[in-house]
Design a protein around this ligand. Structure first.
Ligand code: ADE
Length: 224
């Protein structure tokens, strides 16, 4: 079973996301495990401080290294689980389908969600195994990236989605991902009078060879 440990200062943002959909079913079936941890639990002072002003000056606050260090240490425990410690930042390596496959083979993924204007660089230097970005844009924190990673990795774990669904995705040699173009009823949709949106004829022909050929022509390559 794969376990996701999320370290965040906004634990509530994950609530409805994990209690709905296929993720909820996978949690119930104990195929995956997700634990959301409030970073403030590892803050030592009275005010549960997890951020401070940047050395050298500058705008905004920086997340402190000590609470994150204590959080990761405690979540690692004594286990020798095959794990990765991941920090989300827009500067990181781009997260993609191929990496999702690799990560789906681990026992534990500890996900550090940064907030404020940044995280003390010592977290990247000494604590995290990798820094990941989900795209070239700046979010306000790592919570949405953590959800993106959990959803992408979880659906690759056997039993989370149906076999049929997974087989439908043709996994290319280098674990890329390709998807068919698809249609369903009605054969002809008339959004307004005189306008007809039709399903390609070949798909209605029953000729499997021709259908295969046509599908190959219209594959969508998500990741090469
Ligand atoms: N934190 C802020 N922006 C991010 C991004 N694009 N990817 C991952 N983490 C982030």
């Amino acid at each position: 079973m794969i376990k996701f440990d999320i370290i965040t200062i906004l634990p509530e943002t994950f609530g409805s996301y994990f209690s709905e959909s296929l993720i909820a079913r996978a949690l119930k079936k104990k195929i995956i495990k997700i634990k959301v941890h409030n970073l403030r639990k590892w803050a030592k002072d009275k005010h549960k401080t997890v951020d401070d002003r940047p050395f050298g000056g500058g705008l905004g606050m920086v997340m402190k290294v000590e609470p994150i260090y204590r959080a990761v240490k405690s979540l690692k425990g004594k286990s020798k689980a095959k794990r990765r410690i991941i920090m989300f930042t827009p500067r990181g390596k781009k997260f993609d389908q191929r990496l999702a496959y690799k990560l789906s083979k681990f026992d534990q993924l500890i996900l550090i969600c940064g907030r404020y204007e940044g995280v003390d660089e010592r977290v990247a230097e000494h604590i995290a195994d990798m820094e990941l970005s989900i795209g070239d844009y700046v979010l306000m924190g790592g919570e949405i990236p953590a959800m993106v990673l959990i959803e992408t990795v979880s659906r690759l774990i056997p039993g989370v989605i149906s076999k049929e669904e997974l087989l439908k995705e043709r996994i290319t040699k280098d674990k890329g991902f390709i998807e068919h173009v698809q249609y369903t009823r009605p054969e002809v949709f008339e959004p307004e009078k005189g306008v007809k949106w039709k399903v390609p004829k070949v798909l209605l022909s029953g000729n499997h060879k021709e259908i295969e050929k046509w599908r190959k022509k219209y594959l969508r390559v998500i990741e090469k």
